[in-house]
Design a protein around this ligand. Structure first.
Ligand code: GLV
Ligand code: GLV
Length: 325
């Protein structure tokens, strides 16, 4: 027992992952249902061999230097803009994320937002609950057409491609913009790769699926929103800062675009002023991967990754494999 390695989990994750960790390690965990403060994080991991992190934990060089025993950080998320990859690589510390296991759940949620905002599901639900509905009317709650519309996917990686594939049931034309060609997607759904400006100009639904990086911060801004159709909708299940949220509020308010479905925000848990007052947005609290299977699989994948790293092996889904040279 005495030489059992110690790992820290920064917030409770599904039991399947904790059980795997407990088979091998002494596991300690943040028992509060909230993110750790920076001082709490530094104190908690000062003397452990590995850390399971969440997207709400900022892991940078300072954290790495304050926890010299740590053999790896396993992020419970596919996105890893919260990790300073360059700092870890310079220190030869491996990092991992949880791709694949949340691809369908996240793409499904992008669809849920698309449907909800286009067909005004939340707005009309509110009217029903208020008791103010006076009965059927020919001009009530007219929304956007989905079947046969054009879907624009920004970033045709795993999640973007999954969203595009799911459009087959709705006979949509699919455009995508990406630095890389996705030939499988072109074959399977007849998707056409276009420049971002063309995608914005032609799509009825624009769905964002790029990672947050310096190059994608505010990729959607006042200028790019103006390039969209006035009848188009924006869907974001990727990362909040990819969209200039204040500019989006202005565009939604003034009719530059028709609506937006958002699961992520620029400064979570806050929202831009005015966003929550708009009728033409559907806003959910960063829950796109929140299904039973997806979250269980994220927990077990993150746990397996952490076990590998603590034991000096390469994790299944390593973010910086170059450290293994
Ligand atoms: C969630 O936002 C994730 O990146 O997994
Ligand atoms: C991640 O960025 C993905 O598309 O899975």
């Amino acid at each position: 027992m005495a030489d059992r390695k110690r790992v820290y989990v920064t917030r409770r994750i599904p039991d399947a992952g904790l059980a795997l960790l407990r088979e091998r390690f002494d596991v300690s965990m943040n028992e509060e249902d909230r993110p750790l403060t920076r001082p709490e994080l530094l104190a908690a991991i000062a003397d452990v061999d590995g850390v399971l992190t969440l997207l709400t934990d900022r892991i940078d060089g300072e954290v790495m230097d304050a926890s010299p025993r740590v053999k790896g950080y396993a992020n419970y998320a596919v996105g890893y803009d919260n990790l300073d990859v360059a700092a870890a690589t310079a220190r030869k510390i491996p990092l991992s994320n949880t791709p694949d296991v949340l691809t369908d759940a996240t793409a499904d949620m992008a669809w849920a937002l698309l449907f909800a905002v286009a067909r005004r599901v939340v707005e009309s639900d509110a009217v029903m609950r208020s008791g103010r509905w006076g009965g059927w009317g020919p001009l009530q709650f007219i929304g956007g057409d989905i079947t046969g519309a054009t879907l624009g996917i920004i970033g045709a990686g795993r999640i973007g491609a999954a969203m595009a594939r799911k459009s087959r049931g709705f006979g949509m034309e699919v455009l995508y913009s990406d630095a890389f060609r996705n030939e499988a997607l072109e074959r399977e759904v007849g998707a056409r790769r276009v420049e971002l400006d063309e995608l914005l100009a032609e799509s009825d639904y624009v769905s964002v699926h790029v990672p947050l990086m310096p190059e994608t911060r505010h990729l959607i801004n006042a200028g790019t929103l103006k390039k969209m159709k006035r009848t188009a909708y924006l869907i974001n299940t990727a990362r909040g800062p990819i969209v200039d949220e204040a500019a989006l509020v202005e565009a939604l308010r003034s009719g530059v675009i028709a609506g937006a479905g958002l699961d992520v925000y620029e400064a979570e848990p806050k929202m831009a002023n005015g966003l929550a007052e708009l009728a033409n947005v559907v806003i959910t609290p960063h829950v796109a991967s929140a299904t039973k299977r997806s979250r269980d699989d994220m927990a077990t994948l993150a746990a397996r990754n952490l076990i590998a790293m603590v034991e000096g092996k390469r994790p299944e889904t390593c973010i910086n494999p170059e450290i293994y040279g």
